[in-house]
Design a binder for this molecule. Structure first.
Ligand SMILES: [Zn+2]
Length: 107
């Protein structure tokens, strides 16, 4: 199993990571650096997998490289960096890091 690679941190202090094993890009919670998990107990339908606190619905989503880099870019800009004033700059930086990681297999 490979470790997740951090691509960026959004305006809420949440890490955007790439998991080489699943080919997915997703967010880690700021409370536990964990992933989201679906739950009927949460207003948003999503809880933190570690502490079970309700969290934003964004944590129930992610992008897969299998759908292409454009779809990853789209998810970053509209979901991971949603609400960040410099969302497009952060998206560019995260995409650049991702392409480096993929080119040199830095995981
Ligand atoms: Zn948590």
């Amino acid at each position: 199993m490979s470790d997740n690679v951090t691509l960026a941190v959004n305006g809420y202090g949440e890490q955007v990571v790439f998991d080489p094993d699943s080919n997915m890009v997703f967010l880690l919670t700021s409370c536990c650096e964990s992933t989201g998990k679906g739950s009927a107990e949460s207003e948003t339908g999503v809880v933190c997998r570690s502490c079970y606190e309700p969290i934003d619905v964004a944590f129930g989503t992610g992008a897969t490289l299998d759908d292409g880099l454009d779809s990853v870019r789209d998810w970053l800009e509209t979901t991971a960096f949603d609400g960040d004033v410099d969302a497009s700059v952060r998206t560019d930086e995260a995409m650049e890091k991702l392409s480096l990681v993929l080119t040199y297999s830095l995981f």
